[in-house]
Ligand binder design. Structure first.
Ligand code: 5GP
Length: 174
């Protein structure tokens, strides 16, 4: 593997500002309701922790693990749930929090699985959405930033399990 170069795409400050705006919007939209937020591991764990602490309404949290297997960094379409949620979501208001939308296959799979459990409502909050032609026509309800079709790390996002801890979001060139 050659040397990897990284460039800041969103600074810690820019991230924090956008997370606050999302939290404000979500708090307004769900005011007076009982919200359950489901984070997708591992990538969304930092976003989720920041988001719920900026919200002005209470919520319950749970986590799911999803993996998509394939060659290289592109999702293959074979998505599996490696960890299921522990909460019953039947008749509940659910918000799924995810780090990034690329092909859309992972989110489409997860949302379809959750809908089978008959939640009262189901929305998604995805921090980074790549501008590209997706394999599935998936639309997020809350979006942090739309980004070009590049590979990003930091703020929970990894490259071979590295870089998740970085406070900024970087574009890497392999
Ligand atoms: P999708 O199913 O939408 O193609 O891919 C979603 C998953 O692929 C994300 O949850 C994430 O794990 C991974 N992924 C897609 N694009 C990137 C990227 O630019 N950086 C990182 N670190 N992971 C990505």
């Amino acid at each position: 593997m050659g040397k990897i170069s990284k460039k800041i795409l969103f600074s810690r400050d820019a991230i924090q500002k956008r997370v606050r705006e999302l939290a404000y919007q979500i708090s307004k939209d769900y005011a007076g309701r009982e919200l359950i937020i489901i984070g997708v591991l591992k990538g969304a764990f930092i976003l989720m922790a920041d988001l719920i602490r900026e919200m002005s309404i209470p919520c319950k949290v749970d986590f799911a693990g999803l993996a998509s297997y394939g060659a290289g960094s592109e999702s293959s379409g074979k998505v599996v749930m490696t960890k299921d949620i522990e909460t019953s979501i039947k008749e509940k208001d659910i918000l799924v929090v995810e780090d990034i939308l690329d092909t859309g296959l992972t989110m489409q799979y997860f949302v379809d699985r959750l809908k089978e459990r008959n939640p009262k409502s189901l929305k998604t909050c995805i921090f980074l959405v790549k501008r590209k032609k997706r394999k599935v026509n998936f639309k997020a309800d809350y979006v942090g930033f739309n980004i070009d079709n590049c590979f990003v790390v930091g703020y929970g996002l990894d490259f071979n399990e590295k870089y998740r801890f970085l406070p900024h979001i970087y574009v890497i060139k392999k």
